[in-house]
Write a protein that binds this ligand. Structure first.
Ligand code: MD3
Ligand code: FE
Length: 246
């Protein structure tokens, strides 16, 4: 069940150099903001209550016990990212010297990824209505106070008609959303614990990244193993291959 309250989505425009100003405040209706920025992005502020978020964290704890967090590395250079990650589902997304790809097994243990928890499968059905379930739940963990993710596009999936669903847990993130071109203008929004974003339509291929995490802004992670350092978790549910209709 969704938390019943009426928060506002603040959208900032600008850059580090020029400074930011509030571009607009969008007031939600029916616990949902439809078509944020006119790009096919839908926003569900605090989709889950605190208890429901804790239940998802308990699921993640079990997943990580079976499929440990690993340090992704940049293709070619092998430079480590500032976050750690793991996956659930038939396919997991990995990044190492060889490149970016989806694969059915953990890069270090060689084991199949754990199943995607039922609560996340139900979320996918609720917010996407897509004709097939997600094949991947990518789990990104921002433990270090300086962890971030540079501006990028998600295009390793062939089912580009399916949206990507993002769930934020723990500390608030400063999220940057660009457009279809790397060099275009960008906007900044804050992602809070329990927030769900659906990136469909044109926004599916928009550039995006995490500038920083507001370390200590939430206490939700601290009591759950292995998240004792606190920080932030982002889950993305993805359809990788088009469903086969036969
Ligand atoms: C827009 N994750 O895993 S979530 C990623 O918070 C990723 O860890 C960030 O970007 C994070 O690829 C940002 C928001 C997000 C996720 C996927 C998207 C925005 C997206 C895919 C397409 C368009
Ligand atoms: Fe992404």
């Amino acid at each position: 069940m969704r938390a019943a309250f009426q928060p506002r989505l603040q959208v900032y425009i600008g850059s580090k150099r020029q400074g930011y100003k509030v571009e607009g405040v969008i007031i939600m209706h029916d616990n949902k903001v439809t078509d944020v920025l006119g790009a096919g992005t839908h926003y569900y502020p605090e989709y889950w209550s605190g208890d429901a978020q804790d239940a998802v964290l308990a699921d993640l704890s079990r997943i990580i016990a079976a499929a440990p967090l690993f340090v992704p590395r940049m293709p070619r250079t092998g430079q480590p990212w500032s976050i750690t990650m793991t996956n659930a589902g038939a396919l997991g997304w990995v990044s190492d010297r060889e490149g970016y790809r989806y694969q059915p097994h953990h890069p270090e243990t060689g084991a199949a990824w754990p199943q995607i928890p039922d609560a996340l499968l139900a979320l996918w059905d609720d917010v996407t209505g897509y004709r097939a379930p997600p094949e991947c739940c990518l789990i990104n963990y921002y433990a270090a106070p300086k962890a971030k993710m540079g501006l990028h596009q998600d295009r390793d999936e062939t089912a580009l008609d399916a949206p990507v669903v993002s769930v934020s847990l723990g500390d608030t993130a400063v999220f940057r959303m660009g457009g279809p071109q790397r060099r275009g203008s960008t906007r900044s929004m804050r992602l809070h614990s329990g927030d769900v974003f659906v990136f469909g339509g044109p926004s599916r291929l928009y550039f995006h990244g995490i500038d920083r995490v507001l370390h200590g802004s939430s206490q939700r992670l601290g009591t759950v193993a292995p998240f004792h350092e606190g920080g932030r978790i982002n889950l993305t549910l993805r359809r990788v291959n088009p469903p086969d209709n036969r």
